[in-house]
Structures are given as C-alpha cells and as structure tokens.
Design a protein around this ligand. Structure first.
Ligand SMILES: Cc1cc2nc3c(=O)[nH]c(=O)nc-3n(C[C@H](O)[C@H](O)[C@H](O)COP(=O)(O)OP(=O)(O)OC[C@H]3O[C@@H](n4cnc5c(N)ncnc54)[C@H](O)[C@@H]3O)c2cc1C
Length: 632
C-alpha cells in the first residue's frame, strides 16, 4: 500500500484512545504513519482537574507525558503544536509552526467553559477547563484566604473568605466538594477559624446535579448541606465583580472567588476548520463520526455533535469521547482496508460517578447499582485505574496509586489518611540491619561445620523424602537449621530445634504450624518431589539467604529483599518449620520495604541510577517539544 497518514488532533481522552488502538492495529504496517498533535506535550486527566485546584494532588499528578504513553509505539509521531486549520484542498493539517499531510484526520480538540456572555466572568471569575485554570484557581484561593485572614473590614473579609461555584453539573459539584475538603488545611495555614471560610453552590434550576437520578442527587445534596455548603437553587448569576456577584433576583452575594462551571462549548478553534457547526459550536458529524462536509475528517469527543439520539447531541463525557473515537477509528481502519466505512456510533453509558471530596461520592452503575460514600469512591478509583490499563500504561497506573492513596496529604484519601504517611526511612534502619544480621547468623550455621547444608545430608524434613521405614513421620517440628540428615534424626531433634536467634522460654518454643496444611503439602511435594531436587533446593536457599542478608546490611535493593524475606518466612511457617518467636520477621521485613536502603545504604545511589537508566531506555529522554516530519 502507498504511504498513508492518519493525523489525530488533540491528545485528550478521545485522541489518546484512538492513537493507542490505531498504533496497535497498524503496528506491522510500515506504510501507515499516525501523527498525534496537541498543543501540550502531555495528556491532561481532565476529570480530576478539581483535585489540583483544591490542592489534593500535586500539580503534575494529572499531566501524563505523551512520550511516556507512546514510547513503545514506533509508528506514532508526536507533535507539540497548536493546530490552526485544515487545508482540505491540499490535504494538510496546519499548525502554528508547520503542516502535516493527511489521508484521514481525527479531530478531538475538546471543549472549553461557556459563560454565555455573562458580564464579568472573564474579568473577575474563574473556570475549570484546563490544567492552567486549575493551577490559577488554586493560587487564587490560597491568596484570598491569606488576605482574608488579616483583613479587618468585615465586609471585605467576608467576600475574601467566601467561595462560590456556579453550576451543579459534574465539574461544579466535584469542585465544591473538593474545595470544602481543603477548608480545614487552608484555615490552619492562615490561623483562621475554619467556619469563616464559606462555600455556596448556585444553580439556576430548581434541583441540583440533574444528570443523576434524583435519589443519588438528593444524597449528594444532603452530604453537601451537612458539610456546611450553602446550596442555592433557582439562583441565576447575571454579573460578576471582584468582590461580589449580581443575582437574577436583583440581590448581590459577596465573594472574591466565583468559579463558573455552568456550561461548556466547543473549543473556540473549532470555527477555523470550515466545517458545519451546531449547538455550542460543536462540529456536526454523521453516525460514522465523519464530518458532514468531508468524509476524510472524523470529529470525536466533546467537540463533535451527533444528533442521532438527542437534539442536544451526545453528552460531553469521557465515555462519549471514547465511544466516538472508537467508531471513527474502526471506520478509518475499514476505509484503509478498502471496506465500507459505515460502522455507526453506538451510545453506551455504563454510569456516573461523582466525588464530593476525597472521602465521599455517589455513583450510578449501569442504571441499577446505586452506591454512595466509600463504595462510590472506590468505584471511581477503579474506573480511573482501568483507564491506565486500557491505555497500557503501567507507569501512570503506579503514579495514580501513589497520588491518590499512598502519598496523599492531610488525610485526603479514600481511607481517611490511614494508608498514607510520609515518614523518615532512618527509623527503619535498625530494623533493616537487624533483619539482615539475622539472615547472616542463620546462614553462618548452614555454610560451615558438620551442619553445613552443602554436605550431602538431607536437611529438608519432608516425609516423602525420607527412607521408606519412616516415611510416615510427620514433618512437624523440624526446622530450617537443625533438620537432620535422616528421618530418625529429624524426629528426635525437631522438638529442640531453634531457628537462628530464637530462644527457649523454659518451655519448648511453639510452632506456628505443627504440620503443613494439606494444600501446602501438595504444592511442596510437587515442587520438591525427590532428594535430588531437595539437595539442590537446600543449597540454593542457603545462597539466597546469604545474598539477602548481605544486601539488607548494605541497604541494597531493600524493597525486593524485604519482600523476599517476608515471603520466605511465610513459606517456612506453612512448611511446619517455624516458631512464633520468629514471627517478628514478617512485619519487620514488610517495614523495610519502605525504602530503608536509602538511609545509610547503597539504594540511595543505586535506585535513582537504575530509574534514570531504565527510564531513558524505555521511555526516551523527556522533552517539551516532539519532533516530526513537517512540511514547511
Ligand atoms: C473539571 C472537569 C470534570 C469532569 N468530570 C467528568 C467526570 O467525572 N466524568 C466524565 O465522564 N466526564 C467528566 N468531564 C468531561 C470530560 O473531561 C470530557 O468529556 C473529556 O475530556 C472529553 O474528551 P476529549 O478528548 O473530547 O477532549 P479533551 O480531553 O478536552 O482533550 C482535548 C485535547 O485537545 C487539545 N487541543 C485543543 N485545541 C487544540 C489545538 N488547536 N491544537 C492542538 N491541540 C488542541 C487539548 O490540549 C486537549 O489535550 C469533566 C470535565 C471537567 C473539565
């Protein structure tokens, strides 16, 4: 086939989804090039913008570098530039700095906040339609709270400490819920009474959250009210000033922070493409997601307008963006294979999840499962994590876990802070050294003298390895260091056996398991079926124990060594070879997995070096602008 170019404009939910799948589909086809153009070098996880705005997660937590997302896709060219127009006569996508030839274009440039021309929103209000908006809002709120805390004029102080969100859709309710979550930290930083910071949600309609079932919306409303948020229904905002807003009923409301989330429209540039636009500037497409004006231009996500199911178009949500991208990409694949490009868009929305801060949310799954509180939040996190798996990004899956669960601040996670703490690894240094020393002491018995595990004496006390006369003897009571070479020795020494540094209390130490659980028995028997394997295993185990001990003392690969230590200890317990007095090893081994090798250990240098080297090899060197073939 002759060289074909697919140009995808916009690396949002729709664009990234389509690029991943097209790249996979054409991975063996050297003649197909996929060019992904975005004005940013990263994908913005738009649905979590409010988390940045309310300082729950670090600013870069919702920026996913495109090079990292597409590093293993050699057929994808990444371009960081702003698309200005499409030259349909010459089949070129034009950007500020170049032009890119295309056979098919997929336009997914998203949407932006719509203030419906309300006076003052642009000058004095805030919106939440991009990463930049989120950062700007966060800085503004920090600033007004600091200023409010030292303001003596009561009216000015009230306006500075009053936060108003207009619009009760996804963006509005998630934003007010998240900001309310931030309140106590904000107040503490400025030595304020938290009650002084007030929140109001204004909605023009007589009810809020009208995209949800009434029962879910009512639950959410009750939660907001309980948290002291003023829910103002039938309230239209008709003007915005720097210290108050004008309401439709002629009254005013004091605030220096008006966040406008009452509507979205197509990104302004949509008008530059010469394609038919409809309601809110969205570009009109047919059921195949191709523009009504040009069958080689597909339009997907928030910017597209398909009126097949509703005269208001499809909802501007992630599921809609991905479903439209899917329709378009299948049609592009068909067209390139010479088949009819007539696959029609199928709307399938599996539910809604709305968070009101880090600990509470409401969800409606598949129209019949209604969740609230912890379970709704859990569902939201699971869906978010699924996104990374769908897009084959283990790296960002890991980062998401860190930002949302394990490295959160001020108890702002689904577990109310219980699984997140940033401590000093120095405090686990003694535990690491002690654990390492324990392995070394244990190994010292196994590599020297008559008890050496390298001598041709069987040390593993399993009954199926014993000579026939005593093969029925239980393995119970035998331990890793003193298991004798024959069955008789095994049974007589078992009761007195000690493991490593364990000691006797005057009574015999108590075994964790007197004998192996039956499932463990079967697995062990399958893995160590005869004496040859047993000899090999006992020597290998000794070498591994030695390496773990040395590595722990030196602080090298402590995460892995801690994990392996915990795993070995559990296996010893289950094998009927371990005492309760040694059980400390499991929690200590888990504790040293906290990166304890970074305190007076080699991990301080080795881990960053490996991260850097491996990252460079796998993801390439990060850069702000990506190269591509460009027609000047
Ligand atoms: C705060 C907030 C909360 C939300 N919460 C939810 C939610 O809970 N659930 C839900 O389903 N939906 C939610 N949404 C809606 C959801 O984010 C959108 O439906 C989705 O992002 C649309 O995807 P898209 O690919 O069409 O556009 P986007 O994801 O917006 O991506 C558009 C991309 O195009 C790029 N771009 C724009 N113009 C140009 C240009 N001229 N040249 C180059 N690149 C350009 C942009 O940089 C951007 O990367 C929320 C939206 C916001 C703002």
């Amino acid at each position: 086939m002759a060289q074909k170019n697919i140009v995808i404009v916009g690396a949002g939910f729709a664009g990234v989804y389509a690029t991943k799948r097209l790249a996979k589909h054409f991975k063996r086809d050297k003649d197909v090039t996929i060019t992904l153009i975005d004005r940013h070098s990263y994908f913005t996880y738009m649905t979590e913008l409010h988390e940045v705005a309310a300082d729950r997660v670090p600013e870069d937590a919702i920026q996913y570098d495109l090079q990292r997302l597409f590093c293993r896709r050699k057929n994808v060219k990444l371009v960081t530039d702003t698309v200005t127009t499409i030259d349909r006569a010459n089949k070129l996508v034009k950007t500020k700095h170049g032009a890119y030839p295309y056979d098919y274009v997929m336009l997914g440039i998203g949407s932006e906040p719509n203030d419906f021309g309300t006076p003052g929103v642009k000058e004095h209000g805030f919106t939440l339609g991009s990463w930049e908006h989120a950062v700007q809002l966060k800085e503004h709120i920090k600033d007004v709270v600091r200023r409010g805390a030292i303001e003596h004029d009561p009216a000015k102080r009230k306006a500075l400490l009053s936060i108003v969100v207009v619009g009760s859709g996804f963006t509005g309710t998630e934003t007010i819920g998240e900001l309310r979550d931030w309140r106590d930290t904000l107040a503490k930083e400025s030595k304020l009474d938290p009650e002084e910071i007030s929140f109001a949600l204004m909605e023009m309609a007589p009810t809020i959250m009208n995209m949800l079932d009434r029962s879910d919306a009512d639950k959410a409303e009750r939660y907001l009210l309980k948290r002291g948020v003023k829910v103002m229904k039938n309230t239209g905002v008709v003007g915005v000033h720097d210290d108050h807003v004008d309401l439709k009923d002629g009254s005013t409301y004091p605030t220096a922070t008006l966040i406008w989330t009452a509507g979205v429209k197509a990104t302004d540039q949509a008008k530059n493409f010469g394609l038919t636009q409809a309601h809110a500037g969205r570009i009109v497409v047919d059921e195949t997601m191709a523009s009504k004006d040009d069958k080689n231009i597909y339009v997907v996500g928030d910017v597209s307008f398909f009126d097949g199911h509703s005269d208001r178009g499809e909802p501007q949500i992630v599921q809609g963006a991905e479903a439209s991208a899917h329709t378009a990409l299948v049609n592009i694949e068909n067209a390139m294979a010479g088949k009819p490009a007539d696959v029609a868009y199928k709307a399938s929305y599996s539910g809604f999840m709305v968070s009101l801060g880090s600990k509470y949310g409401v969800a409606n799954i598949m129209g019949w499962l209604h969740l609230s509180g912890f379970f709704a939040m859990l569902m939201k996190h699971l869906v978010n994590m699924l996104y990374f798996l769908q897009n084959y990004s283990g790296y960002y899956f890991f980062q998401y876990m860190m930002h949302e669960f394990f490295r959160t601040r001020n108890d702002r996670n689904i577990m109310r802070g219980h699984i997140s703490r940033q401590g000093n690894v120095l405090w686990t240094l003694p535990a690491r050294l002690y654990l390492g020393a324990m392995w070394l002491v244990d190994v010292s018995h196994k590599i020297s003298g008559d008890a050496s595990w390298f001598l041709p004496k069987l040390r593993l006390p399993f009954d199926w390895l014993m000579p026939a006369a005593t093969s029925g003897a239980s393995a119970a009571g035998a331990d890793a260091t003193s298991a004798a070479s024959g069955a008789a020795e095994t049974t007589t020494t078992a009761a007195k056996a000690v493991f490593s540094l364990s000691y006797e209390y005057g009574k015999e130490p108590m075994m964790v398991f007197d004998k192996m659980p039956s499932w463990m028995y079967s697995i062990t028997k399958a893995m160590i079926p005869n004496q040859d394997v047993a000899f090999f295993m006992q020597r290998t185990m000794t070498v591994v124990e030695l390496l773990i001990g040395l590595a722990l003392v030196a602080g090298l690969f402590t995460f892995v060594c801690g994990g392996v230590s915990a795993m070995f200890t559990m296996i010893f317990c289950l094998s009927g070879m371990f005492y309760w007095t040694n059980m400390w090893m499991i929690p200590v081994a888990i504790a040293v997995m906290n990166g304890s090798g970074r305190a007076f250990g080699l991990d301080k240098w080795v881990v960053p070096y490996l991260q850097k080297t491996f990252g460079k090899w796998w993801y390439g060197t990060p850069k702000a602008l990506y190269d591509s073939d460009v027609v000047k």
